[in-house]
Ligand binder design. Structure first.
Ligand code: BTN
Length: 248
């Protein structure tokens, strides 16, 4: 399936673009399946069951439905890497000094979150059929409710405002390019690039696991998506096993 940026479906307000895109897939009408952009989400979904908040019209809120039979279920992290790199590609145009990918797939400027990715999958038996790639990028928003992470936006980082729909179209182009790169078998190179941009690489951080906070040094991310760290031992963590609690 190929999408062109002009055929993004633009909605004024919706509960969640990921839910909307998933409903398009479930309906099974291939001609109706397209990327969904919204000015506002009433119940935007974040990772770990969190609520993704975004001021109306200020930011990219985009969900891309993608047919996935070409990767196996055990390769889910490959898609995550491709999408994180696409978001990094979009921000790279603005020559930001401290632009990072924070494991598993947040976009960070300095030590603040500028974008997040929520990929939801349709898996039947052992077959990965579809993904909905949900991307929230903070573009023009200048004030954030701060929870456990600090947030920032492209405007706060560059001092300029942007046309959010144009940027969403550009982001879609980057996503399509990175998907092609992944399909052409370049995952190892992409993982190397992901690790090159990894937030807090070779830095000591605080992680929390089962209510215990400990210090360890991030050394990289493996091809299956595990965070690799080192202190007295080398350690490996799955996505939702540990929570990032800050730099030391
Ligand atoms: C995160 O927690 O970092 C992931 C945030 C993902 C938010 C995006 S906005 C577009 C899409 N629709 C949703 O409901 N969530 C994702």
């Amino acid at each position: 399936m190929s999408f062109s940026p002009e055929n993004i479906l633009v909605l004024d307000s919706i509960d969640s673009t990921n839910n909307y895109a998933m409903a398009l897939i479930q309906r099974g009408d291939a001609t109706a399946i397209k990327p969904v952009f919204a000015l506002e989400q009433i119940y935007g979904k974040g990772r770990r069951g969190k609520h993704w908040k975004s001021n109306k019209g200020a930011n990219i809120i985009l969900s891309i439905p993608l047919q996935m039979q070409w990767l196996s279920v055990s390769q889910q992290f490959h898609l995550s890497v491709a999408i994180a790199l696409s978001c990094h590609d979009l921000f790279s145009k603005y020559n930001l000094a401290n632009l990072f990918i924070k494991w598993p797939n947040d976009i960070f400027i300095n030590d603040s979150k500028a974008g997040g990715i929520l990929i939801e999958n349709v898996i039947k038996g052992t077959l990965w059929q579809w993904s909905v790639i949900g991307i929230g990028i903070n573009v023009n928003q200048e004030g954030f409710e701060e929870f456990d992470l600090k947030a920032t936006s492209l405007k706060l980082a560059t001092g300029k405002s942007y046309d959010v729909l144009n940027l969403a179209e550009e982001l879609l182009c980057f996503v399509l390019k990175r998907i092609e790169e992944l399909k052409s078998g370049n995952f190892e190179k992409m993982l190397e690039e992901y690790n090159r941009h990894l937030f807090a690489k070779n830095k000591t951080v605080k992680l929390k696991k089962e209510n215990i906070v400990f210090e360890t040094t991030i050394t990289g991310v493996s091809s299956s998506g595990q965070l690799i760290t080192k202190d007295a031992f080398e350690r490996r963590f799955d996505f939702d096993e540990v929570e990032f609690k800050g730099l030391v």
